[in-house]
Design a protein around this ligand. Structure first.
Ligand code: SF4
Length: 380
């Protein structure tokens, strides 16, 4: 299905049972009591965007978090009902939900299927108990295996697993085992993220206190390239820096982001890109609900970009894709030849062997995958 003329819808569920040691997502612990009010406010937010969304055809919905699976499933069902009633949702809409092992039951998964959810994402992160404990995850690898079984029993045939490499203390053998287990479980999509230690997280504090040392670059890159080679052999297509999919199972929602297409984000801290404007919601749950109780859109910040910034954004998002940026599509969109617009940058990055080009477009080389940020900053 082509994504052109389709809009994405993101729904943020900011609740979590506990905070993982590496997490800098907009998620809150101990606030599940606010869920009823939060989703009631989201119903108002849906109403407030009816006018903007009247001509948009929603091709993907992504319910992310936080941990969407830690709230009662009826909240999710009610939001999806409202979205279908008030917006135009395409019949073949991809509807994904994120979940964590230990927070899902077969009953919940069956309810998700009834609500039309057709893609499930499960956070495994690592298969070894020692690493799960170190990351501050609240589940075991057994919980993950049983989540996959329950998901299949409930009728999910499109399942993603999130995993992390570059964890201090993780060995190459651990990483190989994690990927091997996933390949054997017949998941259709794998997101493999490189651990980044962020300020304000427990790991960030530990690093500052000298109690955590990041994995050496060489070992980290070895894990990344092992994943690329191994998952390719197992029939996955490496289609974005961190993402691998079986044929036709790429995450259509995330493709909307990387192709700079429109999406509306609902919920605390959600980002949107609509009618050529990027904007961001108030991040705290209480701040978000306050706006909506007053009948106002909960928008905290709007970002106006000029023409050059729009082109740059298109380049650095598009270069995340393994197929890279296509010259004709760029020209259709901006009426410019990207090889002329970016002639000196392209020359420089080619000389550094970070990108390769042909008459169709530009893409990262194998070295460029390792040093992608160096390429992206050229376009920022
Ligand atoms: S479950 Fe996800 S969102 Fe929640 S704390 Fe852990 S990493 Fe963050």
């Amino acid at each position: 299905m082509s994504l052109m003329n389709k809009t994405g819808l993101y729904i943020h569920v900011p609740f979590c049972g506990s905070k993982c040691n590496y997490c800098d997502f907009n998620s809150y612990v101990g606030k599940l009591g606010l869920a009823e009010e939060y989703f009631a406010c989201m119903q108002r937010e849906i109403d407030l965007y009816r006018k903007e969304m009247v001509y948009n055809n929603i091709g993907t919905i992504f319910i992310g978090g936080g941990t969407p699976s830690c709230v009662e499933h009826r909240f999710i069902g009610e939001i999806l009902d409202a979205v279908r009633e008030k917006y135009n949702v395409s019949e073949q809409c991809e509807i994904s939900i994120e979940s964590n092992p230990g927070t899902i039951t077969e009953e919940k998964l069956r309810a998700y299927r009834q609500y039309g959810i057709n893609r499930l994402s499960i956070g495994l992160q690592a298969y070894q108990e020692k690493l799960l404990g170190f990351l501050g995850r609240q589940h075991s690898s057994e919980d993950f295996i049983s989540s996959i079984k329950m998901a299949k029993n409930a009728g999910f045939d499109n399942i993603n697993a999130d995993v992390i490499f570059g964890i201090p203390g993780q060995t190459m053998e651990d990483w190989k085992e994690t990927l091997n287990i996933l390949a054997g479980l017949d998941v259709t999509h794998i997101s493999a993220y490189d651990l980044k230690i962020e300020e304000g997280t427990k790991f960030g504090d530990m690093q500052e206190a000298g109690k955590l040392i990041e994995m050496e670059d060489e070992a980290d890159r070895e894990m990344y390239h092992y994943a690329i080679d191994y998952l390719r052999q197992q029939g996955f297509r490496h289609y974005e820096l961190s993402n691998f999919a079986r044929e036709g199972r790429e995450c259509r929602h995330n493709l909307i982001y990387w192709n700079c297409l429109e999406y509306l984000g609902l919920g605390a801290g959600a980002h949107s890109f609509l009618q050529d404007i990027r904007f961001e919601n108030q991040a705290s749950i209480e701040g978000y609900t306050d706006y909506l109780m007053r009948g106002e859109k909960p928008v905290e910040e709007r970002f106006v970009r000029d023409f050059c910034e729009k082109m740059s954004e298109y380049m650095f998002l598009g270069l995340r894709l393994i197929d890279g940026v296509n010259r004709d599509i760029f020209e259709d969109r901006f009426n410019q030849d990207m090889f002329k617009t970016y002639a000196s940058k392209v020359e420089k990055l080619k000389n550094q062997q970070l990108i390769e080009t042909d008459s169709h477009g530009i893409r990262l080389t194998s070295l460029g995958l390792d040093l992608a940020n160096r390429v992206f900053v050229e376009f920022v």
